[in-house]
Design a protein around this ligand. Structure first.
Ligand code: HEM
Length: 462
């Protein structure tokens, strides 16, 4: 007989706010410990009934069933910034947008952005010097923002309206971060200075995006950027296209979803490579063998097998989205368990990606584990850095290509070592970011011709 999830065992409740304190103090550790209670773990956050899913079949069931399990309140707070764009929309509106946007993200079209990715990375490397200390997370954030803005608007982030948009996004993200710290208990409309700044930033961002859309509509030139492709996208049955408001929401969504996630993936990768010198050497050897000191191209990616394994393993241990959720839109059943309408269902990549049932030595960084056979036998719903089901990340191909190209471009020219003693704290906000950045020392790698005429790399300060 079906059982109510709140009759199942779960962690003890110590306070009237339920598990809110544990979850806000150390959510990753708390949720990992919840795994021992079973496939569905009942939780209470304030007055809201919650649960954590730890069974991959249940995770798949929920992610596939977008009508019964809608986006959780955690996503809805993003609506004041992202409106009704792809990430936050529901129902028919989401379905219509996804149908229009899907071809825009087809791998063949996305491949055109590979050159921009490498070019912008090389520009960044021109400003890097041997021996410098950098916050590599800040560098990766700047770089991926520049790339995504160029891919959306075909303009440089340092110029005109694009700069306004980027600055406004920064203010908005800071606002979200401060609200997260207060568990969103301070209302957005309360006239506190940071709320006023946030609303002002959104007004500025909207003005700038609408201006860019208007200019594009008037322009006779054709452009291959994401904005143009979204503007041209047409419903084949009705001929309907996205209006300016929806384009604005889509563009804001792509800016947000499309830069911080990839920046985090790369930042954690640099940390892991610095901590695992044998993996770093293996990566260097592959880059040397395949690229011979040349910048990588999209066509090189299939040959860069170890590079891709490194990215996969890094996103396993440090998933850029570490916790996300759904809400039961009606009374439902997951497996043999009854879920009441309004229950928030948490899914955690962090918890699943380190599950000892599916990964040997789950906390160890072992890129080699990602063989074809290993992937084939891994049940769906275990490794889900990009989510799954109909709402799987639309930028998955873009992000995988970007992460591999940036890693290959940078690792050929610089060795990145952690500054000893600098604390690195994973903080699961909207994305999993290092709370105080990641301080590193850069060592330039020089190409040198050996006697047999072949290139080899040497560290400049060996
Ligand atoms: C490593 C990088 C990335 C990671 C880990 C990631 C992760 C995710 C995840 C987990 C979701 C699903 C959320 C859910 O089901 O509730 C998602 C959705 C989404 N992502 Fe990504 N993402 C990345 C990069 C990107 C990029 C580069 C773009 C765009 C250029 C992008 C755009 C989106 C959009 C628009 C959605 C909403 C899709 C929909 O609901 O139809 N993401 N992403």
């Amino acid at each position: 007989m079906a059982q109510d999830i709140f009759d199942l065992p779960g962690p003890p409740v110590h306070s009237i706010v339920g598990h809110l304190l544990e979850l806000s103090q150390d959510p990753l550790d708390f949720l990992t410990n919840c795994r021992e209670y079973g496939d569905i773990v009942p939780l209470r956050l304030g007055l809201t009934p919650n649960c954590l899913l730890t069974n991959p079949e249940y995770i798949e069931f929920v992610l596939k069933n977008r009508d019964d399990f809608i986006k959780s309140p955690g996503f809805r707070v993003l609506k004041s910034l992202l409106g009704e764009g792809l990430l936050t929309a529901e129902g028919e509106s989401w379905f219509w947008q996804r149908r229009l946007a899907q071809p825009v993200f087809h791998q063949k079209r996305i491949n055109n952005y590979g050159e921009i990715m490498v070019e912008y990375t090389n520009q960044m490397l021109e400003s890097w010097h041997d021996g410098e200390i950098h916050d590599i997370h800040a560098d990766m954030m700047r770089l991926t923002l520049k790339i995504v803005m160029k891919c959306i608007f075909n303009t440089n982030v340092d110029s005109g309206e694009t700069k306004v948009v980027a600055n406004a996004l920064d203010v908005a993200m800071q606002w979200f971060e401060s609200k997260r710290r207060q568990n969103f208990l301070v209302w957005e409309w309360f006239p506190r200075p940071e709320n006023v700044r946030y609303r002002q930033a959104i007004v500025e961002m909207d003005d700038a995006i609408y201006k860019l859309i208007n200019e594009r509509r008037k322009s006779k030139e054709t452009s291959n950027d994401l904005l143009s492709m979204l503007m041209d996208a047409k419903d084949e049955e009705t001929g309907q296209q996205m209006d300016d408001k929806l384009l604005r929401d889509e563009v804001a969504t792509l800016m947000l979803a499309g830069h911080e996630t990839t920046a985090n993936a790369l930042s954690w990768t640099w940390m892991l490579l610095s901590q695992h010198s044998s993996a770093r050497e293996k990566l260097q050897a592959e880059l040397h063998q395949v690229l011979q000191g040349k910048p990588p191209k999209v066509e090189d990616l299939p040959k860069l097998a170890y590079t891709q394994q490194v990215v996969k393993e890094s996103m396993r241990l440090y998933p850029p989205v570490a916790i996300f959720g759904r809400e039961a839109a009606k009374d439902s059943q997951i497996g043999d368990y009854i879920i009441h309408r309004g229950t928030v269902i948490m899914i955690s990549q962090w918890v699943m990606h380190r599950h000892p049932k599916y990964f040997d030595n789950p906390d160890a960084f072992q890129p080699e584990r990602w063989t074809e056979e290993f992937e084939k036998q891994l049940p769906r719903g275990v490794y889900i850095p990009f989510g799954d089901g109909p709402r799987i990340c639309i930028g998955k191909g873009f992000a995988q290509m970007e992460a591999a190209l940036l890693l290959a471009t940078i690792a050929q020219r610089f060795q990145i070592d952690l500054v000893p003693g600098y604390p690195i704290i994973p903080q699961p906000s909207i994305t999993l970011r290092p709370e105080s950045g990641i301080k590193v020392r850069l060592t330039q790698i020089m190409q040198e011709q050996s006697q047999d005429g072949k290139n080899r790399e040497v560290l400049i300060r060996s």
